[in-house]
Design a protein around this ligand. Structure first.
Ligand code: AMP
Length: 287
């Protein structure tokens, strides 16, 4: 495995690969890698000749400076985990390498960014688009891998790829969870023991609501999740929306969309967690 820190070195390595007609996959990450990231890496390794993983805490996507300051950075253990899982090149640039000049580009995603995370994290998706586009230009991958945990991010990235006319495939990968159901996240380590226990109730309520969905109206399922989250003193709900999985716009009745996904953002203590559950896909309720 090669560890490279500059775009020039990265391009040099990738040009060698391209001259051998090797396919290239990219997994963008912010490091502090866990089994969720590893699932993306394994899929990338399986589907491409070359697997590039970027490991970079992108400052422009943090709307909360404390969140950025608290974000863990573990290059050595990340590199060891990536090597073990078949990564070909890990790209660990400095902030100066990625942003030699402030990035003044402004992306617009219309209705996709006016829902869910959008109003709560102003500027977040613009920062995501800035870094992901820079990575796409640097790597020119055939495929790029993203986790469904960040459900809205995938829709934003697909829209950005279309806007920029890039020719790559965006591959979405299922959420990897802890044994008690909590979606894996680098932020979980910031939870106290009591918060960590409570945090597992997020997925518990989501899964219970999914069990209700085929026999209850959408409004009752939505209320179930909101009411249960609100009974726990450690939780503070930002939003819980059941949306169409493509347009991300709220759905009022199950019949109104072939693809209905419930997306939640909730503070557990001071740690903001997100998760989601698919209720309906390809026109069929999920059992
Ligand atoms: P991050 O390092 O948090 O920016 O995440 C990098 C990529 O890993 C994103 O595409 C995330 O959606 C994905 N990811 C993070 N956590 C999980 C998880 N629990 N399951 C699957 N993918 C994940």
């Amino acid at each position: 495995m090669y560890i490279v820190n500059t775009i020039a070195e990265l391009k040099e390595k990738l040009n060698e690969c391209r001259s051998r007609h090797e396919s290239i996959g990219l997994v963008p990450t912010m490091g502090d890698l866990h089994a969720g990231h590893v699932s993306l890496v394994k899929r990338c390794v399986a589907e491409n000749d070359v697997c590039v993983v970027s490991d970079f805490v992108n400052p422009t996507q943090f709307n909360d400076k404390n969140d950025l300051a608290a974000y863990p950075h573990k290059p050595e253990s990340d590199a060891a985990l990536l090597e073990k899982n078949g990564c070909t090149i890990v790209f660990m640039p400095s902030v100066e390498e990625m942003y030699p000049e402030p990035d003044t580009r402004e992306f617009h995603f219309g209705a996709l960014e006016q829902v869910m995370e959008g109003p709560y994290r102003p500027g977040h998706f613009n920062g995501v688009a800035q870094i992901v586009s820079k990575l796409f230009y640097a790597v020119e991958p055939d495929r790029a891998y993203f986790g469904e945990k960040d459900f809205q991010q995938i829709a934003i990235v697909r829209n950005m790829v279309a806007q920029l006319g890039l020719k790559l495939q965006i591959v979405s990968c299922p959420i990897i969870r802890e044994a008690d159901g909590l979606a894996m996240s680098s932020r979980n380590a910031r939870l106290s023991a009591e918060e960590r226990k409570t945090a597992a109730h997020i997925s518990k309520y989501l899964f219970e609501s999914r069990d209700m969905a085929s026999s209850c109206p959408l409004s009752a399922v939505r209320e179930y999740v909101i009411d249960h989250i609100n009974t726990e003193p450690l939780f503070r709900l930002d939003y819980y929306d059941i949306v169409d999985g493509i347009s991300l716009q709220p759905v009022q009745n199950w019949e109104d969309s072939p693809y209905a996904v419930g997306c939640i953002a909730v503070y557990c203590g001071n740690v903001r967690l997100i998760d989601n559950v698919v209720y309906k896909i390809d026109g069929k309720m999920v059992k």
